[in-house]
Design a protein around this ligand. Structure first.
Ligand code: ADP
Ligand code: MG
Length: 696
């Protein structure tokens, strides 16, 4: 398809083509991201004002907004400058006053001549025992009053733009709303009693009461679906492109995997076995694998990753595993190297720290194929890093790796299979929004023998007590993480907090017992601090959230998190997952600064009550909203204007299966419904998807 369909032109014209919008208003709206009549239409009202006509104000429960026909009586200009200009009016049974400040009397005489009949609408209130309406919203002769809707929609406003202007603009935009062939499955549409698109948009802008503002109102549900459908179509198109794209067939005999299993001191969980089988089967297919491995902290994703890497190696290729931090990359190296050596596989690390001759030597070995598995940070994807034959790329702990970045990675033409691993158990709706283009394997089971973690919520007022307990635990040979508050989005503040705590704990617990690790430390120091803790030389590790993901020290059985109320639930869950990895019982102390708000208390209690990451993330989503949950900026999560991810997960699931089904039946989007879907993509500005169609 070459360009935007003609029937959509009016919706994508300039704002000034709308009634009541001049260059100045257009500019104001532009600045807030409203650029076309389409954008005006997608800003649905968030409230509604009842402006149904009444015969009289008598019996009105003031203050209230009402609309009534009145006969205009005497004008009473203000006695002094800045005073109120009052106009006496009467309806069929009562009288009240219209009140104006700073109004020009000739203007008021013109619009409200003595003896005339007018419809006035506005907020009526009691003042000194007298009912009055200050600056009515509407004053119209009776025959023009039909322009006042019974229920007036209320819009979110851009500074400098009034409700009246928005209302007019919306109405003007509605007159050029084209009738579009429907992209919704007709059976589903009938079942849900959804209107056509144009009807839906008109209805959504003419709410006849509060019910019409609910996300479940048919018109709104339909428009939300459209938005989700467009997004899922984009993901489904990307998925189809990936599946069509020439991938590499990686066939393994299973010999390497068997040897690795034999070298392990434990058995795989059945979830691990299942995921390994799914991945191995997917890698054997000719398309490029694009798979998500989802598993709670401690569910054993690393081993699954390693088994997948062995498939790549046994097929004569190489694999790479990227971790988000240096610490994690080193931990993968330390954890996997013994296993790799035991079965004769060459594993190396590459991070930003590799420089000069050493780096060059590694790159050369990689290019020759002498290094079979490369682990590292994002340094492994730098442009001068060349593989002999890359068959599998694994991205670890990347819940912040968005749809767009993944698409970009794919657009680089990497033919290798891709496995993304995430420890953040995200709610289904978000998973669908963020990873809807991927196939998913789930580790829903933890290795046996884990003891539950005892979680307590404690006020900072009991700090001395906590430190006292800590001293005892250390004497018993236990180790502890101490995570410092994330007060602001500023490393500097974090740092001060962590350094202060470090000094205080060192003063109490003794020199050499306490270590410190934070994001701004030179990497060598960071490693040293981690290594000392891992070796058990230091007993307490004070840290900022750099330890959040993946770090594994089985002897650490205490986790203290200060100012826990500032953290997201998912993040707290991740942090807590650092303990409970050994055979000893573990404790997590969530410390808060009183007073704790009601919501704050409820949030922390969820953690005390469950260790199920999915339950926690669902709660987090409901309490905080989708954007905050992942951190909108980095999340890669699309922003929906109408759809509500928190409450419309089911609709998202419908959209995903619809999108996939439509593309299976009509991969070129050439049927009637397929062509309608193309129009939807244009309507929803899914540029990425449109490019995918033109390529495909
Ligand atoms: P995560 O999913 O959080 O990345 P890891 O891969 O780091 O989890 O595994 C956590 C710990 O569990 C590691 O110490 C690992 O050696 C151990 N582990 C992994 N699989 C099993 C298993 N099947 N049985 C026992 N321990 C296991
Ligand atoms: Mg991990």
């Amino acid at each position: 398809m070459s360009g935007r369909p003609e029937q959509l032109f009016p919706l994508f014209a300039g704002l000034e083509t709308l009634e009541g919008i001049g260059p100045k208003t257009a500019q104001l709206l532009n600045q807030s991201g409203v650029e076309s009549p389409r954008d005006v239409l997608f800003g649905l009202p968030y409230a509604v004002v009842d402006r149904r006509r009444r015969d009289t104000i008598k019996g009105a429960d003031m203050p209230t907004t009402l609309t009534v026909t009145v006969t205009v009586g005497a004008h009473r200009p203000p006695a002094n400058r800045g005073g109120a200009y009052r106009i006496h009016v009467e309806d069929s049974q009562a009288d009240f006053q219209l009140v104006f400040f700073h109004a020009r009397s000739d203007y008021l005489k013109k619009i409200l001549p003595n003896g005339s009949t007018r419809v006035v609408s506005g907020k009526l209130e009691l003042f000194d025992g007298m009912a009055q309406m200050v600056h009515p919203d509407h004053i119209l002769p009776v025959q023009e009053a039909r322009d006042i809707p019974d229920f007036e929609p209320v819009y979110h406003l851009t500074q400098g733009v009034t409700q009246k202007t928005m209302y007019k603009a919306v109405h003007s935009a509605l007159t050029r709303t084209p009738d579009l062939t429907d992209w919704v499955d007709p059976t589903y549409k009938a079942q849900e009693k959804w209107p056509d698109w144009a009807d839906a948009i008109r209805t959504a802008h003419s709410p006849a009461g509060l019910d019409d503002l609910l996300p479940t109102a048919p018109a709104r549900a339909r428009l939300a679906y459209d938005e989700l459908m467009a997004h899922q179509l984009t993901l489904a198109l990307a998925r189809m492109r990936d599946r069509k794209a020439q991938g590499i067939i990686s066939l393994a005999t299973g010999a390497l995997q068997s040897r690795a299993l034999a070298a392990l001191p434990y058995k795989l969980t059945s979830a691990q076995s299942r995921s390994i089988a799914e991945i191995t089967a997917d890698m054997a297919l000719p398309h490029r694998m694009n798979r998500l491995l989802q598993g709670d902290v401690g569910s054993g994703k690393t081993l699954v990753a390693f088994m997948a890497l062995l498939v790549a190696i046994e097929s004569g290729g190489q694999g790479v595993m990227m971790a988000p931090t240096e610490i994690l990359a080193r931990q993968h190296l330390d954890g996997l190297r013994p296993l790799a050596e035991a079965i004769g596989v060459v594993l190396e690390i590459l991070t930003g720290r590799d420089k000069g001759a050493e780096r060059a030597a590694k790159l050369a070995a990689l290019k020759r194929g002498d290094i079979q598995i490369l682990v590292g940070t994002h340094a492994v994807f730098q442009s001068d890093v060349e593989f002999h034959q890359l068959r599998l790329a694994i991205v670890d702990e990347q819940h912040r790796f968005g749809v767009r970045q993944r698409m970009e990675l794919a657009e680089k033409g990497v033919a290798a299979d891709v496995l993304v691993m995430t420890a953040t158990p995200i709610p289904r709706s978000l998973a669908l929004a963020q990873y809807g283009d991927m196939d998913v394997s789930v580790l829903d089971e933890k290795p046996p023998g884990r003891k539950p973690i005892k979680t307590a919520v404690v006020s900072t007022e009991r700090m001395d007590e906590v430190i006292g307990h800590l001293r005892k635990a250390i004497d018993e040979g236990r180790q502890c993480y101490w995570v410092c508050p994330l007060v602001e989005e500023s490393e500097i503040v974090d740092l001060t907090a962590a350094e202060d705590r470090f000094k205080r704990l060192r003063a109490v617990l003794g020199e050499g017992v306490v270590g410190l690790v934070h994001g701004q430390m030179p990497s060598a120091e960071k490693d040293a601090a981690m290594a000392a803790f891992q070796a058990g030389d230091t007993k307490v590790l004070v840290a900022t959230t750099v330890i959040e993901v993946g770090v594994d020290v089985p002897n650490a059985t205490i986790m203290v998190i200060e100012r826990a109320e500032f953290f997201g639930l998912a993040q707290l869950h991740q942090l807590r997952g650092r303990v409970g990895r050994g055979t000893d019982a573990s404790t997590c102390l969530l410390m808060y600064q009183p007073p704790l708000s009601e919501t704050g208390r409820r949030r922390l209690e969820v953690l005390r009550e469950t260790e199920d990451g999915f339950v926690i993330s669902e709660t987090d989503l409901q309490m905080r909203g989708a954007g905050d949950l992942i951190g909108t900026a980095q999340s890669g999560l699309p922003r929906f204007r109408i759809a509500d991810l928190e409450r419309q997960a089911a609709l998202m699931a419908v959209a995903q299966s619809d999108a996939r089904a439509l593309l299976t039946a009509d991969p070129g989007l050439t049927s009637d419904r397929g062509r309608a879907a193309r129009v939807l993509l244009w309507l929803m500005r899914q540029d990425q998807a449109i490019r995918l169609i033109s390529v495909g």
